[in-house]
Write a protein that binds this ligand. Sequence first.
Ligand code: UD1
Length: 418
Amino acid sequence: MDKYIINGGEKLFGSIEIQSAKNTVLPLLAASILTDEPVRIRGVPKINDVESMLLILSEVGCKITRKKDSLVIDSSNAVSHEIPTRLTKELRSSVFMLGPLLSRFRRAKISYPGGCDIGLRPIDLHLSGLQRLGVEIAERDGYIHCETQKLLGAEILLDFPSVGATENIILAAVKADGITVIRNAAKEPEIIDLQHFLNAMGAKVCGAGGGTVAIEGVKRLHGVDFVPIGDRIEAGTYLIAAASCGGEIETQGVPPENIAALLHKLRENGCKIYTKNDKIVLTSNGALRAVNIVETMPFPGFPTDLQAQYTALCTTAKGSTLVVENLFETRYRYAAELKRMGADVTVRGRTAFVRGVERLHGACVTAGDLRGGAALVLAALKAEGQSSVVELSYIDRGYDDFEGKLRRLGAKIRRVRI
Ligand code: UD1
């Protein structure tokens, strides 16, 4: 087990190359079994969630080759439609395998997916969408058993624009008979990237990003060589770090429109932001003013995956901020740890009320989930004195070389074995 030792108080300066988006790479890996030709995905981050997905693909019978940061998935010998509990419990995205497995084998059996414990996270929308495509679903022995004679295109209206459900239905529909239309579909940039990827394999998907996605089923898909979009959550995390600590950093690889909601808030906080193409430059003197309210929403609203990091920023902004989490029920577990560093945060249900304090002080804190863990690191970077952060396996789920990238910006952070 490792921990971070962080000496706070350094300003951050420099440039960061952003990794391919975790939330694109995971569904693309699942999609790789839609063809029996090799699929190459470039710029893949070394993170635990990707490793978990690769174990799932190996279990299905795929051959995986790694060349630097590229992955080649060859599923020509894929044989299994089953994913056992030991593999799904680590990763909620294991549910993305349902659509591709059904497309390939007409059958799928997976145990209920796990992942970070940030609320209920049901999969009812995934399952009802698949049922609309002609899949019969039974739940027994902790497993979801899915079977279909033939996937048939259908009209599907999602009660909520779920990212995962939208992606899973697209993945099941690309080789179905006929046309599928998903209304109230999620609009996240990762959905658009999935559309680009599938179309590059020969699929006929359109409308992603606009709320209605239409998929005309095709007979077969072919191999592809693809570079996914940059990770807007990773970029947002470093931008928040620099805003909070002060300094000037540049992120490369994420179009500003993909994190416009965050940039808008950071400007209100008093940061100067300049953007050009895929470059974002942020300058901050570290003395921020609080914004009144920040509320998480589906894209293009403020992303829930940046809520914790942004709340860490609010702890030392001048004034008070009301944070409202609309996506997940229990996404404030990190708040108790922030309090150990001197933050003034009151959590009631889905809201957190943050009164800015002059400064935080170092403490030993424990990560409880991926983004909450990142928030603790950001708080420690600006706290007075030394902090340690334990349970890094959560942070390793989504950040490739977090400490190395922060160190190159001037942060005093070390990873040590406990
Ligand atoms: C994806 C992201 C995750 C992000 C989230 C919201 C990936 C791999 N993960 O997760 O990082 O935090 O989007 O932006 O892309 N819901 C249901 N029934 C369902 C599905 C979802 O009620 O069948 C609810 C969830 O409980 C939650 C909301 O819908 O309240 C949003 O979930 P969803 O958009 O599906 O998130 P994920 O795809 O799990």
